[in-house]
Design a protein around this ligand. Structure first.
Ligand SMILES: [Zn+2]
Length: 177
């Protein structure tokens, strides 16, 4: 049996009541929050309308709440080379502190009897959205025969530089594979 979601869970899915949390010193609470976060977008990538899921552990420490966990969200966008559709799933680790008198840029505000984790979740996802997505690491562009795309080593953020097909033959000679 599943109780219907409260109005709060529908309209403010990323708000967690903190009454239980502060009842016992150092107590922890694990929560899984899910809801859409509209409007999170860069020029070439954005969140889909699907629910963002936050799997978090909240811990009361004095007057503050420490939050740690993982946020997962689906994104979509346009490949920077071929302009075709691309997308994927963002998984972001989150560790933030909420306190009554938040320090701009360091901590987030803590309400009297609830904590709104949405600003922290939004900020983490905005930083994780790809600025210049690719549909595939070796995307050859819209018309590889007429306009071959030079694949630059520094385009890759995972540190693996794709082998330019023009040099592949040389690699074979050099390493005798
Ligand atoms: Zn592409």
């Amino acid at each position: 049996m599943r109780a219907g979601p409260s109005l709060d869970a529908v309209t403010r899915p990323f708000v967690v009541p903190t009454g239980e949390l502060f009842r016992h010193r150092g107590s922890r609470q694990r929560v899984t929050l899910a809801g859409p976060l509209p409007g999170l977008a860069l020029s070439a990538s954005r969140l889909t309308g699907d629910d963002v899921v936050a799997d978090l552990v909240l811990e009361a420490q004095g007057e503050t709440v420490t939050l740690a966990g993982t946020v997962t969200a689906a994104w979509e966008g346009e490949c920077r080379r071929c302009l075709g559709p691309t997308g994927g799933v963002l998984t972001v680790e989150l560790r933030e502190v909420f306190e009554p008198d938040a320090v701009e840029g360091e901590t987030y505000p803590l309400g009297r009897d609830e904590v709104d984790v949405e600003p922290a979740v939004r900020e983490a996802l905005a930083l994780a959205l790809p600025l210049a997505p690719l549909c595939a690491d070796d995307c050859a562009g819209p018309d590889p025969d007429a306009h071959p795309v030079a694949i630059e080593a520094d385009e890759d953020d995972d540190g693996e530089s794709p082998v330019d097909p023009r040099w592949a033959a040389l690699d074979v000679l050099r390493f005798d594979r």
